[in-house]
Design a protein around this ligand. Structure first.
Ligand code: GDG
Length: 485
């Protein structure tokens, strides 16, 4: 039920995401300072926020406990949502990352279902909606992001019939046969259907969602439009489903490669590794969806076979720490580190690695230097909404050299057809793809990279955000629909 606090706010565009685009830093005198964390979503939003008079971002500030008061950063108003320790354990680590994440990624590990986690997911989603609903201007736009907040569109809709609500899912949407496992699955679908526009990364995700809505809720679907009956006397609403493959700030990434410091660093990296002829790179969050174990298995076998000489060719695997309190991630880390240790024990020449394994994060400049130095990048995800690393590698190669090995299970495979596409479960195929990439003549690399760059430079994250918001604006305004009915 709408409350007095739900009178409209002043913001034309409100982004709702699990995290605010800032991190807090404690100063020596004990005071808190906010530092913006420049992720992809922030970049995308910056470009569209500039086109509106007043933009806001609603999200968790990153530490459990009381939320700081709303504040301004980078021309945006930030509205922190409070999450306590129990919320972090049950809503974030539990339901979001222990239930939804594995279920939506083809049950690569077993999803855990706990009723207590669901209750907290609901109450946390309610809190995001309570903060977001009152800040949007009359007839404004609210854009909700990702699997942690699937109930938020409906919870906002219940409070504000005048706003346009968009939802974008950054991760896959599973086939109905898997989605059906989820207890409370219909509540999730109804939560999403509070939006006017529901966006997904790839066509198969959109189709999976439509078929879940049809089969589990029995709603009428016409093409990509769902008719949602109103409650009581409320009119039927139309919800549009559409595919919007996310991208990166391509021009900014490409421009970094002109930086003399970064160029020097790319050369130095190769020297530091003992001047190998070839560098093969993997760069991922340490997540079981990324296929790091499959990649290492293939690499280890290529060394065992003698197909790769560790004196000539080095693999770098960056595994950025992630979700370290979730058990499946602790187990994955142990397995990966055991495998890397074995490979190095058996194959590394004295004083240099066969696999240079880095379990920490690098800054953007260092990442670019790594992409510039890498002859081959391995993206072997077992399931991935999009995979931005693939696009970042391409944007980092204006020299048109380098080969991208890309899993067909990453969303990026729909667009990046000129990559060396692989099924990472087929270890022999993966090994053959790696060898083929390492042996690819420069002209062939250039031809593929030219086509890949054409795609990535044209379709950047700014265009992605613009297209989503334009489509959202074109959906029928709920207020107008109500008057017509
Ligand atoms: C989710 C979906 C979808 C990684 N290590 C470092 C670092 N990174 C950066 C990469 C890239 C980003 O993190 C990771 O993005 P991905 O798309 O590869 O993967 P997820 O984190 O799983 O993202 C995914 C995405 O949302 C967007 O919709 O594409 O499918 O799962 O930008 O470069 N960045 C820095 N240091 C590191 O060590 N600076």
């Amino acid at each position: 039920t709408p409350t007095a606090q739900d009178r409209p706010g002043e913001h034309e565009l409100v982004v709702v995401a699990n995290r605010l685009p800032v991190d807090s830093r404690t100063l020596p005198d004990g005071a808190t300072e906010w530092v913006t964390s420049p992720g992809g979503l922030v970049t995308a939003m910056e470009s569209v926020m500039r086109t509106v008079d007043s933009g806001a971002w609603v999200g968790w500030a990153g530490s459990p406990g009381e939320a700081p008061a709303p504040f301004e950063a980078d021309g945006m108003s930030l509205y922190p949502v409070p999450l306590d320790q129990i919320d972090v354990e049950r809503y974030y680590e539990g339901y979001s990352n222990g239930t939804l994440w594995p279920l939506y990624h083809d049950v690569i590990v077993d999803p855990e279902f706990h009723r207590g986690w669901w209750d907290t997911y609901l109450s946390a989603n309610r809190r995001f909606a309570e903060v977001a609903a009152p800040v949007a201007a009359p007839g404004g736009t609210i854009w909700v992001h990702d699997y942690q907040l699937q109930l938020v569109p409906r919870l906002i809709r219940d409070r504000r019939s005048d706003v346009r609500i968009g939802f974008f899912n950054h991760i896959p949407f599973p086939p109905v046969e898997l989605f059906s496992q989820l207890p409370k699955r219909n509540s999730i679908l109804r939560g999403l259907l509070g939006a006017d526009l529901v966006g997904f990364q790839r066509e198969s995700d959109s189709l999976n969602f439509l078929s879940a809505v049809r089969k589990l809720l029995g709603l009428h679907v016409d093409g990509m439009t769902i008719s949602v009956p109103g409650i009581g006397a409320a009119p039927v609403r139309e919800v549009v489903v559409q595919t919007f493959p996310i991208s990166i700030d391509s021009a900014a990434v490409s421009a970094l490669t002109e930086d003399p410091g970064i160029r020097e660093r790319a050369t130095q990296l190769r020297r530091d590794l003992g001047d190998p002829q070839r560098i093969v790179l993997g760069a991922d969050r340490l997540d079981y969806t990324k296929g790091i174990r499959h990649r290492l298995k293939a690499w280890g076998e290529l060394l065992d076979d003698g197909s790769i000489d560790p004196h000539d060719t080095v693999m770098i695997q960056i595994a950025t720490p992630s979700r370290e309190r979730v058990e499946a991630y602790q187990q994955l880390r142990d397995e990966v580190e055991l495998t890397v240790g074995r490979i190095n024990g058996e194959h590394a020449p004295l004083g240099r690695p066969a696999v240079s394994y880095q379990h920490h994060s690098f800054d953007r400049r260092e990442m670019t230097a790594l992409f510039m130095a890498a002859d081959v990048v391995l993206v072997t995800a077992l399931r991935d909404g999009m995979n931005l690393v693939a696009k970042e590698y391409i944007a980092s190669r204006p020299d048109l050299q380098g080969v991208l090995v890309l899993s067909e299970f990453a969303g990026a495979a729909d667009e990046l057809r000129a990559a060396v596409l692989v099924n990472p479960h087929d270890i022999d195929e993966l090994k053959a793809a790696i060898l083929r990439s390492l042996a690819m003549p420069p002209e062939e690399q250039e031809e593929a990279m030219r086509s890949l760059r054409h795609q990535v430079m044209e379709h950047d994250v700014q265009l992605w955000a613009k297209e989503f918001l334009e489509r959202l604006t074109a959906t029928g305004s709920p207020q107008v629909a109500a008057v017509q009915a």
